[in-house]
Ligand binder design. Sequence first.
Ligand code: FDA
Length: 515
Amino acid sequence: VSSTQDHNKPFLECLIDQFQSSNADPSNVVFSPNNASYASLLLAPNLRPESTSPLRPLLIVTPYYEREIQAVIYCCKKLGTQIRVRSGGHDYEGLSYVSGIPFVVLDMRNFRSVSINTKDKTAWVEVGTTLGQLYHTIARHSKTLAFTAGVCPTVGVGGHISGGGYGMMSRKHSIAADHIIDAKVTNADGQIVDRRSMGGDLFWAIRGGGGTSFGIVLAFKLQLVTIPGTVTVFDVSRTLEQNATNLVHKWQYIADKIDKNLLLRLFLQSITSPIHGNRTIQANFKTLYLGRVHNLLPIMQEKFPELGLLPEDCIEMSWIESVLYFAGLRNESLDILLSRIPTGIYNPVYFKGKSDYVRQPIPINGLKGIWRFLHEEDENRGKLQFSPYGGALNDYSESETPFAHRAGYIFMIHYMVSWTRPGNNESERHMNWIRRLYGYMAPYVSKNPRAAYFNYRDLDLGTNNEGNTSYAQASVWGLKYFGNNFNRLVSVKTKVDPSNFFRNEQSVPPLYLSA
Ligand code: FDA
């Protein structure tokens, strides 16, 4: 390991010193900017214009052992360098690998063992594991066990599960964080704690409050869920000419109340009609039913006959095949789930996401306004995703975990816009579009606070000031992500990390630092 850059020299020396005193070997673990692997290690699955920022990490450390993590914490504290922890690197704003001040990245990609216990239906999963790898490993052990978490196979367990984790089984089995039954965490003192030794408050905080403010999560113990050997999927689209507006309107009245084995996810975008060649809106219903097609059809006929679902629209398959199906990898072998490189519908692009929660159905006129916005964007660039709530999500009270979005919410909106080239004001144009759309939606979505999903991180909601974090400032975005749980998160932070060692633009601040 060598560095030509003066500013990372002290850190490198400290780290090598620490490694030597614990008989660890820094080669293949510590990467400085002049190392050939540095650029490819830094590469992110989704690109933000800001990720071209001149501040790159002083070093990237990819530990294999806990003592190597402890060495990084020691040197960060000694030299006042900020630490950014990265598991899968899918943070929407790049907070796991971009910073405005000198920092090192602790990349957990080598912490990726998964051990399944089919008897008590649990799994110990290290944080650098991707969801695809987790799902693949579970399916190798059992055809009737699964885990409830997100759709994109390359998302990392560390950020995703600690921040919530909504997926195609969430109406039946709720979110990933609700199934954490134990965890191993390195705290701000470098000590390794588990559920018993970390105490109830910290264990509560990392189940939806994100790991990032509280410590470095090393592994989670998860309660797996039982699933039928055969599930049914369908992917049906309707345009405006095929009654899309009324279908979307009606969907809002059934999506959170229908049989909880059924998750009808809705994607909206503007496309060129293959029939008349003009732009139209496409409403795409992507659905997982945890059961056989003959049981699904009568439910759809009774609750949503307007969609006109036909038996030939439906495909029966195993749950693990449905994972490939929803990731846009239908014809691939299962082993593609082991890849850390995004493929299928998840090619790396410049991207901005935002979120909202809906309590009352959006009236037809409101929907028509959304159509106007979608038509303004380039085809295939601006999209909305409506994710239904209800079902098992409501089995938990608002304060049981930091994830507060429970009973009373019909669905979550995810606004997305992506583009392939920055420059020529492209980024500004797309960012401007999504922000205007978000502004337009204000009358139709939750208020006081206007709720948002922490895992769809959005720095437009507000940021901390470096070195001068105030509770009032942080509560602007904190209340949106966590509701009243934000106050308890602040008190946990004050207890476990009073010096605010683990911090970023949207970390939870300790109370006494508040102005
Ligand atoms: P990353 O490594 O970037 O970490 C995210 C945050 O968590 C950072 O602040 C980081 O510092 C912190 N962190 C990471 N590991 C940590 C650890 N071990 N200890 C402490 N802090 C840690 N969400 C969803 O609910 N359902 C879905 O279907 C999808 N789908 C999806 C697709 C795509 C293409 C993207 C880019 C994102 C999603 N998401 C999602 C959102 C996803 O859940 C969110 O971005 C997660 O934070 C990603 O976790 P990673 O570990 O990959 O990110």
